[in-house]
Design a protein around this ligand. Structure first.
Ligand SMILES: *Cc1c(COP(=O)(O)O)cnc(C)c1O
Length: 448
């Protein structure tokens, strides 16, 4: 089946003003020329800073002390890290290169959280040297942390990661019995600062409820002499990519006929949801457990709330640009091929689809007749497709036009990119006001 029976309703992305401005501006073409064509990504640290400040303010508004750690795996740009070198912020890492990247961009060890299961000794060693907050996942890891800390003559700042009762089959965190033992027998150089979890899904309620349980764990740990005063509710702060009406229309009518080869993805990100971002942080804090808001419980127990959002901090803070290579007819739609690979849109890589509509930026300006097209990558794999859904563009794309995928900074851009076909990885261009530069790993030339 290759026919696109009907066109799906549009899914225009919710975007920040900077993204509209840049797309309409000569600067986008200047960037394209400057980096030698494309594909490329644009990142906007000012939007990241806005998201971060919003969450820090949400904590302050409920009079809860805490720290917002950027879950670094969502996007590898260095530019975000420099924004995290501010009070109330930090970075959450899970590998030596991520830790080194954060340190090299000005984060101090005390503002870095180290998560991930069964961390290698090299990562634990570096984390201990820098006094990072280590979320320990299992009893054997706790032993290794204690041994390494003893060898180094330092104390280990530790959270114990709790396996959520709602996810008994999760491979992450301590099971209840193991947790009790770990708290009771916490070895010498380990300073037990508290507990952590990370939940699937984007609902504030289970996060608030599990956080309340972690407050009780801190109380019990204090009774055993531990200075437990921090709990981390992990990441999963929600993002909306499209507005509610568009998403409901799309979801209610969704069918195979909207997709090339009938490739209607079985599962997608919930592209509209509520609450999102800082409002979701507020919802977590205001959620009442046995009649008492989480914020009150945290304050009463003298406990700091740590958050590890990834996707939500880079929401609205980047887009991806693919130059059009060609366009040909297929049945009743077109196939537009762009320079670049579907690996730059990670949803495609896991058999899902990044659904917000791509936007055509034309060399010729307005005019023309609308067309329906799918979008393919420039590899020779049949499955290298950026958009399986037929989308409407205002005119037939021409070689050299730019196709922009909005709001891709969270897990799309660089999570799964590879050097397939020996193509270079798309550069990330940092937009700072009207100025741009290629993202650099460390602030070698200019400190700002
Ligand atoms: C992935 C991850 C995060 C970030 O998750 P988001 O959904 O991007 O907010 C935070 N903490 C841990 C432990 C993670 O594994």
């Amino acid at each position: 089946m290759d026919l696109i029976d009907t066109l799906s309703p549009p899914l225009p992305a919710l975007e920040r003003a900077w993204a509209h401005r840049l797309r309409d501006s000569e600067i986008l073409w200047e960037i394209a020329r400057g980096i030698g064509g494309g594909p490329f990504h644009v990142v906007h640290p000012a939007s990241f800073a806005e998201n971060l400040d919003g969450m820090i303010a949400a904590l302050a508004a409920e009079r809860v002390s805490g720290t917002v750690y950027y879950g670094k795996k969502a996007n590898k740009a260095a530019a975000w890290l420099r924004e995290c070198a501010r009070p109330g912020a930090g970075v959450d890492v899970a590998s030596v290169p991520e830790l080194v990247h954060a340190l090299g961009n000005g984060l101090r060890g005390e503002a870095i959280g180290v998560t991930g299961a069964a961390k290698p000794d090299g990562l634990l060693w570096l984390a201990l040297r820098h006094g990072c907050l280590i979320a320990v996942d299992a009893a054997d890891e706790l032993e290794r942390v204690a041994r390494l800390a003893t060898e180094l003559g330092v104390t280990a700042e530790v959270l114990l990661r709790v396996r959520p009762p709602s996810a008994p089959h999760s491979r992450f965190g301590f099971a209840p019995d193991a947790l009790t033992v770990a708290v009771r027998e916490c070895p010498g150089p380990v300073v037990l600062r508290g507990f952590s979890f990370h939940l699937d899904g984007y609902d504030p309620v289970p996060r608030a409820e599990l956080a309340a349980f972690l407050i009780d764990l801190c109380r019990d740990a204090r009774a055993l002499g531990h200075p437990a005063s921090k709990i981390s509710v992990g990441g999963g702060i929600a993002v909306s990519y499209v507005d509610q009406g568009d998403w409901e229309r799309f979801e209610s009518g969704r069918n195979d006929g909207w997709f090339h080869s009938g490739r209607n993805p079985a599962k997608t990100y919930p592209y509209h949801q509520t609450p999102t971002g800082a409002a979701m942080v507020t919802a977590i804090l205001r959620h009442e457990i046995a009649g008492k808001p989480l914020a009150d419980r945290l304050r009463a127990a003298g406990i700091e709330l740590l958050l590890e959002p990834g996707r939500a901090l880079v929401d609205g803070a980047g887009f991806s640009v693919f130059p059009v290579l060609g366009c040909k007819p297929a049945e009743d739609h077109l196939i537009t091929t762009v320079a670049g690979l579907s690996m730059s849109l990670s949803e495609q890589w896991k058999g899902s689809e990044f659904l917000p509509d791509p936007v055509l930026v034309r060399q010729d300006g307005p005019g023309g007749t609308p067309v329906r097209t799918i979008v393919a990558g420039s590899s020779c794999m049949e499955y290298d497709v950026l958009t399986w859904r037929a989308v409407e563009l205002p005119a037939r794309p021409k070689t050299g036009d730019l196709l922009v995928y909005p709001n891709t900074a969270g897990y799309q851009m660089d999570k799964n990119e590879s050097g397939f076909h020996q193509l270079p990885l798309p550069p990330k261009v940092v937009l700072d006001g009207d100025h741009w530069h290629v993202d650099t790993d460390y602030p070698i030339q200019e400190i700002r």
